[in-house]
Design a protein around this ligand. Structure first.
Ligand code: NAD
Length: 423
């Protein structure tokens, strides 16, 4: 395979390409397909210069990457961060191709990045940035092209503004089909989408515990990242009886070896707006959360958090990748040699894109699904896919990441082959 045309400056892209190369070696995938899969199908560069409601004139760059659409329109969230690069977005889009393939929804992989510090914007300024991005990106978004969703730095309110911007530009109340998922329920979003990724993470942990004979009621859990994915996963796993002993966010961590009282933490956050100064836990740094004594670690913050420097110190038996690409390849090797069970991101956090698919079908069919329908379909899909990956791993004597990648990539290759070779 040729990866020479891409010069990865991004660890996310490097990790994604590394994992793909491993599949090529194991499955002997035709070099023609590997060349196709190691490059994005399309990269769109956007520059915008909105005048914000605050009076500030902003110039920003944004990217949309459609990595592969052999199985359907590209699907993937919008990351809003001043440091995001086109290479990062390419790596994340590649990951989405494997995730949608593995979880069995008729989508390809895509991702967007908006190079703006979301946290520095007022609500009105953020809305203006998103509307500006949407107008510029309008030709590249649609139910048959690319369907965005929330990712780091964006949320369901933002998806509501994107949906409104698209409907507004055609002078209609609604869009014809699903242009964006993760919208507010009142605008055609689906109940349970906000919690779907975090809950899916917990369902995959429960399946791994069952396989390893770990009793969840006696398990201690550490969670890195307390945003959409990490907070839902932490509350949900506590509800299953586990003890959450450590939690972190970008500002630092909390540790209580007897278990953090999640109800009290929730009350503290709603009163103060942050985890800081929570008296019933010790304040620790981020690395102490990753390496604390526990059975289960959920990295749910950002990429490249588990490195060769800290992998040795990780005590958890199960590492459930709530975040995308949190484990660097060298660290992955250390964890595997130490006999850890790493539930790979493309399986572990695929609950979000699965429920996005339900939102897509609900909107396309002008249907309404109930929360219990959404939750039972999510649980059933996560359990089935975990069992399929585990079974394949056991038969082929692979770890879960290798098994998940082999299954995901071979389905995409089958789809490429089925499409044929002529334009
Ligand atoms: P978010 O922006 O809601 O939350 C991110 C959290 O991580 C915040 O609490 C932030 O303070 C914390 N954080 C950032 N850097 C950190 C660090 N170095 N140490 C500790 N905490 C840190 O984002 P999110 O939507 O929860 O996404 C988190 C991860 O999950 C990302 O990798 C994202 O791509 C992935 N993911 C999200 C979804 C989804 O549905 N939102 C789906 C699949 C995967």
């Amino acid at each position: 395979m040729s990866t020479k045309t891409i010069m990865p400056k991004s660890t996310i892209l490097e990790t994604a390409l590394f994992n793909l190369e491993q599949v090529a070696g194991r499955l002997g995938v035709d070099s023609q397909f590997m060349e196709k899969l190691s490059e994005p199908k399309e990269v769109i560069n956007i520059s915008a210069n909105p005048l914000l409601p605050s009076g500030r004139k902003l110039s920003f760059k944004a990217f949309i990457v459609r990595h592969n659409d052999a199985m359907g329109p590209a699907k993937g969230g919008i990351r809003m961060n001043h440091n995001v690069t086109a290479e990062d977005i390419t790596g994340l889009a590649m990951e989405m191709t494997w995730k949608t393939s593995l979880i069995g929804v008729p989508f390809g992989g895509g991702k967007s990045g908006i190079c703006v510090d979301a946290a520095s914007l007022s609500a009105a300024d953020k809305e203006a940035v998103l509307r500006s991005f949407t107008r510029a990106a309008r030709r590249h978004i649609g139910p048959e092209i690319y369907i965005p969703a929330p990712d780091m730095g964006t949320n369901e309110i933002d998806m509501g503004h994107i949906r409104d911007c698209i409907a507004y530009s055609s002078g209609t109340s609604i869009t014809d089909g699903c242009f964006v998922t993760g919208k507010p329920v009142i605008l055609g979003g689906i109940v349970g989408r906000r919690e779907a990724t975090g809950k899916g993470v917990v369902y995959s942990i429960l399946a791994a515990c069952k396989n390893l004979g770990i009793d969840i009621a006696n398990a201690r859990v550490a969670v890195q990242g307390f945003g959409n994915v990490g907070s839902v996963a932490a509350f949900e796993i506590a509800r299953c009886g586990a003890k959450v002993v450590a939690i972190s966010d970008i500002e630092g961590g909390l540790l209580n070896t007897n278990g953090i009282d999640m109800a009290k933490l929730a009350a503290h956050i709603s009163q103060t707006g942050s985890m800081r100064d929570f008296r019933e836990a010790e304040t620790v740094d981020n690395n102490s959360v990753l390496t604390c004594d526990c059975e289960i670690l959920i990295p749910a913050a950002s990429q490249s958090q588990i490195t060769k420097k800290n992998a040795d110190g990780i005590k958890a038996k199960i590492i459930a990748e709530g975040a995308n690409a949190p484990t660097m390849p060298e660290a992955d090797e250390i964890l595997n040699l130490a006999g850890k069970c790493v539930i790979p991101d493309i399986l572990c956090n695929a609950g979000g894109v699965f429920v996005s698919y339900l939102e897509y079908t609900q909107e396309t069919q002008r249907e309404q699904m109930t929360l219990s329908q959404v939750e039972s379909r999510l649980k059933e899909r996560m359990d089935t896919k975990f069992a399929e990956v585990l079974n394949y791993a056991q038969i082929k004597m692979l770890n879960l990441r290798q098994a998940a990648m082999d299954k995901a990539v071979s389905r995409v290759v089958d789809a490429l082959e089925a499409r044929g070779f002529l334009p």
